[in-house]
Design a protein around this ligand. Structure first.
Ligand code: UT7
Length: 326
């Protein structure tokens, strides 16, 4: 069986920076509150006229360049996003068009902050069965367009960006060793975007009730996130007959520094094993893990044979892991 190996990474971070002091001018908050509760200092926001497919395509082009792969060789594109350009068609189809290619499978995965790991799983399974040979997997979000900028409980948390990987089926021991996906739909209401789908269609109005904006019960999310991130990381480590000390780089979904530190501590990771960039980008949902991976890769922090663990949690609730030998 061929393994799905990551042969290129890329990312795209919008230029505009929104700092905590900028937010102090917009809602009743403070830099001190945001840093203490979340560890976030600034986040990047997409410019007017910049769309999720633009960020996704830019990240994909970087990953393709690193891999030395021509877009024509790609036979699968999967995008993890909850803030695509449109409810449909899929942002993956727009990326395909931007890359100037035709015919290959292209679809989005909706699993909120777990979206990239869910998307990775789909591509890995297709590569392992031989159904696909070279795949682009992307996490891309413009959360700033669904965040309620009047709600201090949520607007301070999120940012925009995209990250991408190129996967290739290769013989050998390197590649994605395991993926584990989970969901519990009984928690849907704790983190969701009410409008506009079949339950609250745009034709009913609802802008005045702020239905198109993200709603979250932060406290409740926090508790389940720490528990689920722990469980799925342990599941991945045990399924591969490893222990925490075998992991060279732990890349958790960058939700909030307190969640990351609590999870890392409970798993027994040292600071050196854990990648954290939430201070600079905020929570970029499905984009956070591939952005962190690309940063670590470009800084030269990853070498051949390293073991990397992705650990994600998001709305749904969904949670997921992927364990990789580089
Ligand atoms: O990818 C998964 C996505 N979601 C998450 O990662 C979120 C997980 N949850 C969290 O990270 C935390 O629950 C938050 C950072 C969202 C909130 O931290 P908390 O320690 O759970 O605070 P809280 O919600 O219990 O609120 C404490 C107080 C409240 O005031 P009162 O009622 O005690 O007077 C809030 O109104 O802090 C207030 N507050 C704020 N104050 C200043 C909430 N947001 C802000 C704010 N600035 N931005």
């Amino acid at each position: 069986m061929k393994r799905a190996r990551i042969i290129g990474t890329g990312s795209c971070i919008p230029e505009r920076i929104l700092t905590n002091s900028d937010l102090e001018e917009m809602v009743d908050t403070s830099d001190e509150w945001i840093v203490t509760r979340t560890g976030i200092r600034e986040r990047h926001l997409a410019a007017e006229g910049e769309f999720t497919s633009d960020l996704a395509t830019a990240a994909a082009r970087q990953a393709l360049a690193m891999a030395g792969v021509d877009p024509q060789e790609i036979d699968l594109i999967v995008v993890g996003t909850i803030t695509g350009d449109f409810p449909w068609p899929a942002t993956a189809c727009l990326v395909q068009n931007n890359l100037g290619i035709r015919g290959c499978a292209a679809f989005d995965v909706s699993a909120a902050c777990s979206g990239f790991v869910y998307a990775l799983d789909c591509a890995v399974k297709r590569i392992e069965t031989g159904a696909s040979k070279k795949a682009l997997v992307i996490g891309a979000e413009i959360l700033s367009r669904i965040v309620d900028w009047q709600d201090r409980n949520t607007c301070v948390l999120f940012g925009d960006g995209a990250g991408a990987v190129v996967l290739e089926g290769q013989e050998g021991d390197s590649g994605v060793l395991s993926t584990h996906l989970h969901a519990d739909g009984s928690f849907w209401e704790l983190l969701h975007q009410p409008g506009f789908g079949s339950r609250f269609p745009a034709s009913d109005g609802g802008i005045k009730d702020r239905l198109p904006f993200l709603k979250m019960q932060g406290n409740e999310v926090f508790k389940v996130a720490v528990r689920s991130l722990h469980e799925v990381a342990v599941e991945a480590i045990e399924a591969n007959g490893m222990s925490t000390s075998d992991i060279d780089l732990f890349i958790p979904h960058q939700a909030n520094r307190r969640i990351l530190e609590a999870t890392a501590k409970r798993l027994g990771f040292s600071d050196e094993q854990v990648y954290i960039n939430v201070d600079r980008f905020g929570n970029t949902s499905g984009a956070s893990i591939p952005i962190a991976l690309d940063e670590a890769n470009r800084k030269g922090m990853i070498k051949e044979g390293d073991i990397i663990l992705f650990d994600a949690f998001g709305g749904g609730f969904t949670w997921a892991s992927a364990l990789i030998r580089w």
